[in-house]
Design a protein. Structure first.
Length: 171
């Protein structure tokens, strides 16, 4: 088995086409109308995934000898094999579960705050609290809990607020 060296590997890679340029556009004839679109190959670029709406399998990219000027145009086998290998690579990637579109594998922790109203819970019982005591700012569920709040000592209401995280100390 011959030994593979870096230079032999590099020499086996086909060189880019000299006739392509960044401003060249390709033409496509369909139903008697001629439309123009940008070329698929840019000089120096070699990306396997491109926009699928541009790639077609109807023979536009297949090199062929025209009957009018067969001596002027020679088939470009490197271009044909490159297009074929690109199609095979994309088919294999799709069958293995890979796609050209990015897939989200994480959730964003820096999302915007929710616009929904926050639910308030009773500081004493933990039940939903539709009411707030204006004197102590404690939330309560019903009139029985309100009576209990009014009988609390001096610093007990502040301790409940502190556990909720709503305790403010004025200096």
């Amino acid at each position: 088995m011959p030994k593979l060296t870096r230079s032999s590997l590099i020499s086996s890679i086909p060189t880019p086409f000299q006739s392509h340029s960044a401003t060249r556009t390709g033409s496509r004839i369909s139903a008697g109308t001629r439309t123009s679109r940008p070329s698929l190959v840019m000089p120096g670029s070699a990306t396997p995934f491109q926009d699928e709406s541009i790639i077609s399998t109807d023979g536009d990219n297949t090199p062929a000898i025209s009957t009018a000027s067969s001596s002027a145009l020679q088939p470009n086998l490197a271009q044909a094999s490159r297009n074929l290998s690109k199609l095979v690579l994309e088919k294999n990637m799709r069958s293995n579960g890979f796609s050209s579109a990015p897939s989200a594998t994480y959730t964003n922790i820096e999302s915007a705050p929710s616009l929904a109203h926050t639910k308030h819970y009773c500081d004493i019982t933990g039940l939903p609290a539709p009411y707030t005591d204006p004197k102590t700012r404690l939330r309560y569920h019903d009139k029985e809990v309100f009576g209990l709040i009014r009988t609390l000592g001096q610093g007990v209401a502040e301790q409940y607020l502190e556990t909720r995280g709503a305790h403010t100390v004025l200096k």
